[in-house]
Design a protein around this ligand. Structure first.
Ligand SMILES: CC(C)(COP(=O)(O)OP(=O)(O)OC[C@H]1O[C@@H](n2cnc3c(N)ncnc32)[C@H](O)[C@@H]1OP(=O)(O)O)[C@@H](O)C(=O)NCCC(=O)NCCS
Length: 209
């Protein structure tokens, strides 16, 4: 039986990582990417940029599924806007799980989120919509991650951590069990977070700003 077609919204480096996971998951056929007007017709592996964001309504008449494939470091705004645009255009946003990831049957994952190669989402964890759980990240038991978050490569959220919507946890950073990180926070790479963080905190270690 043929696989349903999927449009990727975003044509940068993170799209390449998403393509690999989607191909390995083997549940969707990638029909093409959506990018900027400058990116139109560019090739990404065997796929082309076939449209721009302003074409989402038209594309949704042909394609049922879309997935947000832009990255997120300094701000969640672009991914959030694209996600809302895709939902408003009528697309369904699937959950993408790498076959090399472990997602507990007692965990929940929201629409449009991706769990990438080698990541672990353990029992009782809840991940919101439009999140990236990047390569080899660990989301331990009973941890909650709000909508539109990016938990980067190799980051570890220990048990009973809470991360508010639109936050970014940098590569290799570790959050102590039970710690609460507010909404719209930015935690740099390679850091230990041992105390609760208010909304919109920019945490870059000893010199947090
Ligand atoms: C936090 C971050 C975004 C700051 O980037 P920036 O605004 O360009 O700031 P700079 O890199 O100029 O850093 C300014 C200062 O902040 C401090 N700082 C920034 N990030 C830091 C970090 N992760 N750990 C410790 N100190 C850090 C340093 O004192 C640095 O001064 P230095 O350049 O003299 O060492 C960036 O360092 C970072 O951690 N990015 C995330 C990378 C990542 O996880 N990517 C994931 C891809 S999946």
């Amino acid at each position: 039986m043929s696989k349903p077609s999927l449009i990727l919204i975003g044509a940068g480096g993170h799209a390449h990582a998403c393509i690999d996971v989607i191909e390995q998951q083997d549940q969707f056929e990638i029909a093409g990417l959506v990018g900027t007007s400058e990116e139109l017709d560019a090739r990404h592996f065997s796929y082309s940029v076939i449209a721009t964001d302003s074409d989402l309504h038209a594309l949704s008449k042909t394609y049922r599924y879309a997935f947000i494939s832009v990255g997120q470091i300094q701000s969640p705004d672009l991914r959030t806007r694209l996600y809302q645009g895709a939902v408003n255009a009528g697309f369904q946003l699937p959950i993408i799980l790498a076959p090399t990831a472990y997602v507990s049957r007692h965990a929940s994952i929201g629409a449009g989120s991706i769990v990438m190669h080698g990541a672990v989402v353990n029992a009782g964890a809840a991940i919101g919509v439009n999140c990236i759980v990047n390569t080899r990240a660990i989301i331990e038991h009973d941890t909650t991650v709000g909508d539109h978050c990016h938990i980067s490569t190799g980051a570890i959220l220990n048990g009973n951590v809470t991360v508010g919507a639109g936050s970014f946890i940098g590569s290799g950073s570790i959050v102590k069990e039970g710690v609460s990180i507010g909404a719209g926070c930015m935690v740099g790479m390679g850091l230990s977070v041992r105390h609760n963080q208010n909304d919109h905190t920019r945490f870059v270690g000893a010199n947090k700003t």
